[in-house]
Ligand binder design. Structure first.
Ligand code: GTP
Length: 213
C-alpha cells in the first residue's frame, strides 16, 4: 500500500487533524509502503503536536502499525522483526501482522485494538478536546437536555451580556444576570443618552462605584 505525498493529497493533513486514532498499514511485500509509514507517523506527530500546543490535549494519539499480506511468504520483503522494531522506533502503540485475504479474525483484532486504545484515550480527562471544539458543560452552562436556543429564549447568552460587559476593572467577573434581570434589561426604558438603565448601572459598577441595592 503506497500513500501519496501530502502535496498530492491536500486533505491528508486535515484528516490527520480530526482523527483520534490511526492505523498505518503497509504490505510486507512492499518495502516502499513500509518506509512510507515512517513518513506518515512523522506527519501525524507534526500535525497533532501543533494542535496540542493550541489545545488542552497533552498526550499523543494512538498509532497502530500493521503489516498486511503475511500470507505471501515467497514475496515477503519486510520481516516480522523489522516491522516490530520499526513500530517501536517510530512510537506506535502496537504492531500487528495480518493477512486481510486469509484471516478476517486478524483484521478484527486490529480494529478491536484500535477501539480499545481510543476508548482509553477518551476516558483520560487530559485528552478531552479543546474547549474550542467541545462546548463546555460547566455548572452554569445550559442543561444538556434542553435545547440551548430554548433555554436562552432563542438567543445566545452572549448576545444578552457580552463577556467584556461583565468584566470589571479590578479583575473580577460579575455574575451573569438572572432571567429577571435580563427581562428588566429588555423592558428598561432608554435613558436620555439612549442607553438602557441597566447598562448604565453596569458601566458605573465597572468603573469601581458600589452597586446600589
Ligand atoms: N495475498 C494477499 N493479497 C492481498 C491481501 N490484502 C490485499 N491483497 C490484494 O492486494 C491488492 C490491493 O489491495 P487493495 O485492497 O486494493 O489495497 P490498496 O491499499 O488499495 O492497494 P494499492 O492499490 O497497492 O495501494 C488486491 O489485489 C488485493 O486482493 C492479503 O492479505 N494477501
Amino acid at each position: 500500500m503506497c500513500f501519496p505525498k501530502e502535496m498530492e493529497c491536500p486533505g491528508l493533513e486535515a484528516n490527520i487533524r480530526w482523527a483520534d486514532v490511526f492505523i498505518l498499514m503497509y504490505s510486507v511485500t512492499d518495502k516502499c509502503s513500509f518506509d512510507e509509514c515512517s513518513r506518515l507517523k512523522f506527519l501525524i506527530n507534526y500535525n497533532k503536536r501543533r494542535r496540542r500546543l493550541s489545545s488542552s490535549a497533552r498526550v499523543e494519539p494512538p498509532v497502530l502499525l500493521v503489516g498486511n499480506k503475511s500470507d505471501q511468504i515467497a514475496d515477503r520483503m519486510v520481516t516480522f522483526e523489522e516491522g516490530h522494531k520499526r513500530s517501536a522506533d517510530i512510537g506506535c502503540v502496537s504492531f500487528h501482522e495480518i493477512s486481510v485475504r486469509e484471516n478476517i479474525e486478524e483484521v478484527w483484532d486490529v480494529f478491536r485494538d484500535a477501539v480499545r486504545r481510543w476508548r482509553s484515550l477518551t476516558k483520560c480527562p487530559r485528552l478531552k478536546r479543546s474547549s474550542s471544539e467541545v462546548p463546555s458543560q460547566s455548572s452554569d452552562s445550559p442543561s444538556p437536555n434542553i435545547p440551548y436556543q430554548q433555554q436562552t429564549g432563542g438567543r445566545r447568552w452572549e448576545e444578552e451580556a457580552p463577556f467584556r460587559d461583565r468584566a470589571s476593572t479590578d479583575g473580577t467577573l460579575h455574575s451573569r444576570p438572572t432571567w429577571r434581570q435580563q427581562q428588566q434589561h429588555q423592558a428598561a426604558p432608554p435613558s436620555p443618552s439612549g442607553a438602557p438603565l441597566l447598562e448604565r448601572r453596569m458601566s458605573i459598577s465597572m468603573r469601581g462605584s458600589p452597586i446600589d441595592n
